[in-house]
Design a protein around this ligand. Structure first.
Ligand code: OSB
Ligand code: MG
Length: 369
């Protein structure tokens, strides 16, 4: 397999509802789609970087430059035995894993299409025909608004609720959610808003039998999480700080977490995501698939990933309509009344691209040949 052309497209999509984390509020997304062409077919990937370097060091504009100037030139025209070969070719680039993952995932999709098989099969997944879904609910303007949102998501069938927390929107808000919904699967994501000095505050969350607390401490720290975990009953789930399989090994060794959230972009694509998955599985640590407010392409890739065997917990992959009035794929991603997404058997990521719609929301395009 050889790539003859790589096309980058930046699309702009308003969110149906703003999404607020401890680091920022987002109203619209600027997303890079990567089309990898070769052997008469196209594979598609989505760069999961945010619009600002607040979740990690990447953002839409940095990813565009890295893809154009560093990632694409290292892969274009090379003889690829399989999609596994892409990640090593770009591993010389420090950081910028979401930019690398944008092309890596596109090549996996291309490889699956060339073999006429679904992407979930190509990556070695298929442990389940439907993936269990939760939702991630951002910080709201009021607790009432949050309770209302949770009510709506539960009515749609979602299996677990994740709420975002930050200092000032934590213990009291979680308490009110628990009082209202005593038996739901509930968890909290802090996106690195705390330090070890907050241990007493974080210990108060043990009262609410949360499934887990996600990434309470620094985005690049594992050691402090290990100390915090030893002082908490609630399992810690690591997100931001697991960027490689080696980080997963270190977290296991230090007992820094009980659960890992795997995001394709954060670890540079399927190859490393599978390695993180395998390390966690061998250590008895369950994983789930995180989300980055993806449009349809990234969403479909996440669905494929979540069919690997150790993705046993409901993830943050949910229906398109929670994010977009119109998604870039057809059909849109929908959930069953059981709070699951059924996998599809079409070649590649399994959905059709809505090219006309993509064209209409494209704000920048560059073809690299
Ligand atoms: O920490 O999981 C996170 C969104 C943007 C950046 C970081 C995170 C999130 C989410 C949303 O929680 C998950 C989703 O619904 O896509
Ligand atoms: Mg998170």
């Amino acid at each position: 397999m050889k790539l003859e052309r790589i096309t980058l497209r930046q699309i702009r999509m308003p969110l149906v509802h703003f999404f607020e984390t401890s680091f920022s509020r987002t109203y619209k997304r600027d997303i890079i789609l990567v089309e990898a062409q070769g052997e008469g077919s196209s594979g598609w990937g989505e760069v999961t970087a945010g619009e600002n370097p607040f979740y990690n060091e990447e953002w839409t504009d940095s990813a565009w430059m890295i893809l154009r100037d560093y990632v694409a030139p290292r892969v274009m025209g090379r003889d690829l035995e399989s999609a596994e070969d892409v990640s090593p070719l770009t591993a010389h680039i420090r950081g910028h894993k979401m930019a690398r993952g944008g092309l890596e995932t596109a090549v996996w999709d291309l490889a699956a299409r060339l073999d006429g098989m679904p992407l979930w099969k190509k990556i070695g997944g298929g442990a389940r025909r439907e993936i269990p879904c939760g939702v991630s609910i951002g910080i709201q303007d009021s607790v009432e608004q949050l309770l209302e949102k949770i009510e709506g998501e539960l009515a749609s069938g979602y299996q677990r609720i994740k709420m975002k927390i930050k200092p000032g929107w934590d213990v009291d808000v979680v308490r009110r959610v628990r009082e209202r919904f005593p038996t739901i699967k509930l968890m909290a994501d802090a996106n690195s808003a705390y330090t070890l000095a907050d241990v007493d505050r974080l210990r108060q969350l043990d009262d609410f039998y949360l499934m887990m607390i996600e990434q309470p401490l620094s985005h690049d720290d594992i050691i402090d999480h290990a100390e915090l975990q030893s002082r908490l009953q609630t399992p810690i789930c690591l997100d931001e700080c697991i960027r490689t399989a080696h980080h997963a090994e270190q977290a296991v060794k230090l007992h820094a977490c009980g659960i890992i959230n795997i995001k394709l972009g954060r670890v540079a694509g399927f190859r490393e995501a599978k390695r993180v998955h395998d390390i966690a599985q061998a250590a008895g640590i369950p994983v789930w698939c995180g989300g980055m407010l993806e449009a349809g392409v990234g969403r479909a890739h996440n669905i494929a990933l979540a069919t690997l065997p150790n993705f046993v917990l409901p993830g943050d992959v949910s229906a398109s309509k929670r994010y977009w009035k119109q998604d870039i794929i057809q059909p849109a991603v929908e959930t069953t009344a059981r709070g699951t997404i059924e996998i599809r058997d079409e070649p590649g990521f399994g959905y059709a691209l809505d090219h006309d719609y993509i064209r209409s929301i494209t704000v920048r395009e560059e073809s690299l040949g």
